[in-house]
Write a protein that binds this ligand. Structure first.
Ligand code: SF4
Length: 177
């Protein structure tokens, strides 16, 4: 049977959700027989190609994030989002309490440990946008909340998708922390 092709990305995130995926430990051996990871932070392939499942970790907080979310959506049949940042905006959305100028000033002028630091300014840097969850930019088919979601929840969601079902997570696997 052909393997299920998977693409994934982390946007404004801490990588914890993908780390939680790796915490499925030896179950990854069984998954490896059934899925093929194409462009993901794990494989470090960056060009998105058509896949069966797309996965996004992290919130959208700049124009590049919006573009990546649209690229993944355009290349996958089912889009699953991992973690509170992608599902709700999560801890990243605390930034919305402040203006972009206040955030950048705090980071580069107050907290920076670099002598004479200054706020980066380049046309290559994507403009910041109001932080939002993925479903405010593209259609999402499946949500796995938690910060991070447990490895058990991630494995369950992937296993259900492999069986051709949109996962409905059992309550004992759900986290809202
Ligand atoms: S949901 Fe939590 S673990 Fe996942 S990217 Fe956000 S802060 Fe990190």
């Amino acid at each position: 049977m052909a393997k299920v092709k998977v693409i994934s990305a982390w946007l404004d995130a801490c990588a914890g959700c993908h780390m939680s995926f790796l915490d499925i430990d030896e179950a990854i051996i069984g998954l490896a027989d059934k899925i093929e990871l194409l462009a993901t932070p794990i494989t470090d392939f960056k060009e998105f190609t058509p896949a069966d499942v797309g996965i996004i970790e992290g919130a959208i907080s700049n124009e590049h994030d919006e573009e990546v979310a649209k690229q993944i959506r355009a290349n996958c049949k089912i889009l699953m989002v991992w973690g509170d940042c992608a599902v709700f905006g999560g801890i990243v959305s605390m930034r919305n309490l402040f203006s972009n100028e206040e955030v950048l000033d705090r980071y580069y002028s107050t907290e920076s440990t670099t002598i004479n630091s200054k706020i980066p300014c380049s046309e290559e840097l994507p403009p910041l946008v109001k932080v939002k969850p993925i479903n405010q930019v593209v259609k999402v088919d499946c949500y796995v909340p938690g910060c991070p979601p447990s490895a058990k929840a991630i494995l369950y969601a992937l296993s259900e998708l492999l069986e051709g079902r949109i996962p409905v997570l059992p309550s004992e696997t759900m986290r809202y922390d």
